[in-house]
Design a protein around this ligand. Sequence first.
Ligand code: T5A
Length: 213
Amino acid sequence: MSAKGLFITFEGGEGAGKSTQIRAFAAWLEEHGHAVTLTREPGGTPLAEAIRGVILGPGGSQDALTQTLLFAAARRDHLLNLIEPALAAGRIVLCDRFTDSTRAYQGGKLDHALIEQTIRLSTGGREPDLTFLLDLAPETGLKRAARRNVAVDAFETADLAFHHGVRARFLALAEANPGRIARIDAGKDQAAVGMAIRAAYTARFTDAAGGRG
Ligand code: T5A
């Protein structure tokens, strides 16, 4: 855990339910008296939101290194100007996607060492205290995402094999980082997924940290 504040990320494939669950979890934490900052990547600051528009919009690059560098630039601004100040103020920061998304999405096309190098450059080694991986079959997630009434971004239009690769890389990350990443079965209904998230949080922090929950 950070000396001050707590940094929690939500990760997963398209339509896994991150936005839905992060809002519900923020409300639950606030009901329990915590000061919560809710944010997302790419985005979270004016500069990073502008980069988001470039990456996910129609003019975005198809080149994985260009994408990775843009995600890294957005992340650095987001960390310096929003995440770190909120953590220093003792807040719980909930972030919809972070470094694991770069590992899972860009990791299929770029060398592992290069990915880790760009992540270190942009974060100085900051990793979340806890990550919820909302794990879902891509076929189900893409159907859910298609039902939302919002524009489809560049990554959602990639083929199914790409999304299976993303899922496999997320699962490998969870296996390699069991102390940080909690895998949540996102195929269940919203209430059951929310309950699993709160249970994983409580198990991780309330006992060990003396009553965060
Ligand atoms: N990206 C991002 C990278 O490639 N590298 C990086 O480093 C970073 C940071 C971001 C894109 O950028 C890529 C990954 C992404 O492709 P985004 O717009 O933020 O794009 O897209 P997502 O994060 O994928 O957001 P989505 O909205 O697609 O998915 P969510 O947030 O996981 O899903 P949510 O909550 O919006 O739910 C989708 C629909 O399903 C329903 C909801 O009501 C909603 O309609 N739903 C459920 N239905 C049934 N059962 C449940 N349990 C449900 N939970 C939600």
